[in-house]
Design a protein around this ligand. Structure first.
Ligand code: 13P
Length: 313
């Protein structure tokens, strides 16, 4: 049996390393090469599908540990990107894992990934990209594959962001293929969905979200390799935010869909995104089935991003 094995270091996010362990002695992997990843602090959690990889998403008490992800979009030069990432790492290192109450990820533009991988290396802040191509390599000018992102040090990749869906005409099938590509190389896919303003006005929010969920998620999606981000298109960058009741309704539906489609859907992280700020984060993050936030503009300020992270219940 293949077990999920995570490093529990107090501060750092436990990572699934997929070590094979002999029955009855779950802390000792059979393969000596994996021993360096196992210590007295290493805990085995539960059976996982053969070959599954991902980032561990459970808090010490068994509840879902929130994820606060910063989508920097097309912003950042080397100097300010490094300064922002360094400041977040500095803040996070000063907190214990229990005190921080969430996992942190930054998703800078592709130009900064390699550089920032060094800044965040082995620390409490994870690195993600903003998109990937569904294929591993080939003649696709301007694209970057999931394998390249993993090679650059990423652990996450956003797929299906509404700006990609709008600017590049991406459809659910492509989003699903990108998420599958991410899973193939061990990246956690942050799959975005959400209704447009006109769809909301027509009362189609739940129908749109359900269609996108069914169309964009790979069949092999699990709570370990996938995160859903509900981002109403009309709330992105506008300062407009749905009511907490509206967010709760969508997230309840997402939870039900995840529960039906995935064996561990009750543990899938469901983020809210769209004009999340330091001033409204606590209210949003307290909504049932909201397990974190995907933050755009406010993630470009270390102080604001940190304040949002500190707002996790
Ligand atoms: P804002 O937080 O700037 O509204 O952006 C949200 C978003 O698109 C995150 O992916």
């Amino acid at each position: 049996m293949r077990l999920w094995v995570g490093l529990r270091t107090g501060r750092e996010e436990a990572r699934i390393i997929g070590a094979r362990v002999p029955p009855g002695n779950p802390e000792m992997p059979a393969n000596p090469a994996e021993k360096r990843l196992v210590s007295a602090r290493c805990v085995c959690y539960e059976p996982a599908p053969e070959g599954s990889t991902g980032v561990f998403a459970m808090a010490d008490d068994g509840s879902i540990r929130p994820l606060i992800a910063g989508n920097w979009k097309m912003n950042g030069r080397r100097a300010d990107g490094v300064a922002l990432a360094r400041e977040l790492v500095r803040q996070a290192r000063r907190s214990t894992r229990a005190d921080l109450r969430c996992d942190l990820v930054i998703c800078p533009p592709a130009t900064l990934l390699t550089m920032l991988a060094e800044v965040v290396a082995d620390g409490p802040v994870g690195l993600g990209a903003q998109d990937c191509h569904p294929l591993a390599s080939g003649a696709h000018t301007g694209d970057v594959s999931a394998a390249m992102l993993a090679d650059a040090g990423c652990r996450y990749v956003i797929v299906g962001h509404s700006e990609r869906r709008t600017d590049h005409g991406e459809r659910d099938e492509q989003v699903r293929a990108k998420a599958e590509a991410a899973h193939t190389v061990g990246l956690c896919a942050i799959v975005c969905l959400g209704e447009a303003e006109a769809e909301r006005a027509r009362g189609e929010t739940l129908a749109v979200v359900e269609r996108q969920f069914r169309g964009s998620l790979p069949v092999a999606a699990t709570a370990a390799n996938t995160v859903i981000a509900y981002e109403p298109v009309w709330a992105i960058g506008t300062g407009k935010v749905p009511t907490t009741a509206e967010i709760a309704a969508v997230h309840a539906q997402l939870r039900a869909l995840a529960g039906n489609q995935m064996t561990d859907g009750q543990r899938l992280r469901l983020l809210y995104g769209g004009s999340v700020k330091a001033g409204n984060a606590a209210e949003i993050l307290a909504v049932a089935n909201v397990n974190g936030a995907l933050v755009g503009g406010a993630s470009l300020s270390a102080g604001d991003f940190w304040a949002i992270a500190r707002s996790c219940p």
